[in-house]
Design a protein around this ligand. Structure first.
Ligand code: ATP
Length: 145
């Protein structure tokens, strides 16, 4: 068997559950590609896009890539199942682009204020992480077929 299961779970529920041929994730230690029968592992993920290649037909001839904006979290590989657990994650179809653009603008304004005015009431680290989430969502939404 050359397929494996991919589950992506957040506090909102299961946001992705499919049989896949290949998965590409960005871990804190670098890019990680997964094929069927991969050795067990647990890895912390970055706020990044996860790519999942899966067959779109019964005959397994047409491969297509799904993209999911995964906002950190943990990936576990075991028994031909890849489980990703994150605080938030959205598939390319579920991303609200205008919301992500608003979040990007808010975060950029906070970062600018914190830097220019040395405004101690603005948490620079949080604003930078929020900006990263918004940019990740916009990147994944742009992959929409
Ligand atoms: P915002 O400031 O727009 O709320 P955020 O980065 O603070 O963005 P999160 O805390 O990561 O949002 O997520 C809260 C919930 O909102 C999650 O269910 C997440 O999937 C969803 N969400 C956040 N931004 C978007 C978006 N642009 N499109 C679709 N769902 C989103």
């Amino acid at each position: 068997m050359n397929l494996f299961t991919v589950n992506i779970v957040t506090p909102d529920g299961i946001i992705y559950d499919h049989q896949a041929r290949f998965l590409l994730a960005k871990t804190q230690a670098g890019d990680l590609g997964i094929l069927a029968n991969h050795a067990p592992l647990v890895a912390p993920l970055l706020i990044e896009a996860v790519r999942i290649d899966r067959f779109t037909d019964e005959g397994q001839t047409n491969l297509a890539s799904d993209w999911v904006a995964v906002n950190g979290g943990i990936m576990e590989v075991r028994d031909n199942v890849v489980s990703i657990i994150a605080n938030s994650a959205e598939t390319e179809q579920d991303i609200d682009i205008s919301r992500a653009e608003r979040a990007k603008k808010r975060a950029e304004e906070k970062i600018a204020r914190a830097k220019a005015e040395r405004d101690a009431t603005v948490d620079l680290d949080r604003a930078e992480v929020a900006l990263h989430r918004a940019l990740n969502r916009l990147k994944v939404a742009n992959k929409r077929r």
